[in-house]
Design a protein around this ligand. Sequence first.
Ligand code: X2X
Length: 334
Amino acid sequence: MKAAKLGGRALAALIAGALMLGTASAETLRLSHNVGDTTTWHKGAEKFGELLSEATDGEMTVRVFPNAQLSGGDQMKQAEMVGRGALDLVVTSAINVTPLVPEMAIFSLPYLYSSYDEVDATTQGAPGEMMAKILLEKGIVVLAWGENGFRELTNNVRPVKSPEDMKGLNMRVSGPMYIDVMNALGANPTQMQWSETLTALQQGVVDGQENPIGAVIIPQQVYEMQKYLTAWHYSYDPVFLGVSKAKWDSLDAETQEKMRKAAIEAMAWQRQISREATASGIDFLREKGMEVYEPTAEELQAFRAATKPAFDKWAGKVGPEIVKAFQSAIVGTN
Ligand code: X2X
């Protein structure tokens, strides 16, 4: 009897010990992104965490930090931090990585794409892999491509229907390529962190900004601060889910496989919810009181022609080999 009791205790202790060991070996990875916690970026990141935790029986969990908190509010610094292993994971958009990898500007060249099919032929095909190889050289393993989306223009001054309407507008932009695009249009661009932009719009420090409808404009309630939207589809911006190479290399092949699978599924879902929110978004924004203008094919052509100098300048920085790879994947869809 006594022996059996002791045995029971010993067993309980063993189990408790095993549980503690289990807890000790469980790992929480930190994931940084640079928009708010209502966005599809955040939802995609959370989904990744859920799937990874499920796949590893709770051995690996993910804590998501929005608004570039982990990089002191600097959205462009995140990629560099992941590259040197100071951050485990990131969801960020291509344009934010251009200070580290100028070639990443390829995706956002003005009017490179005119449909989601064209986008998918690059992000989900060989051109995406080509870019992932370049990021790997900087210490970032791209696990999957998601979507910020086609960036649309908002402002508080007037409806914009032509390049002339852009003249003199004070525009907040996120990165250097967009400065050149706005200058080509005769606007006055200022580079600013996204985390500071909503206040700047509210206070009238800038007249306008540009961002995708489903992923950012609606969830971040930009419609509360802006009157006019022009759906000019001038620049596409993908996001990707990346892990630091240092972290990746420390994982066994089986865990790597689980992580990649979780990322691919989470980003496919993130693309889908971003596109759905964009599709229903124009009606929603009109209901919220925005005046939405959808340019005609000729009007889009005028914006394309006016932004061509910025296209050419940045195509030069990206390099002909990459531009060609993207353009032939795009032509292949038509
Ligand atoms: O800052 C922006 O405009 C945003 C949220 O789209 C990016 O991160 C590029």
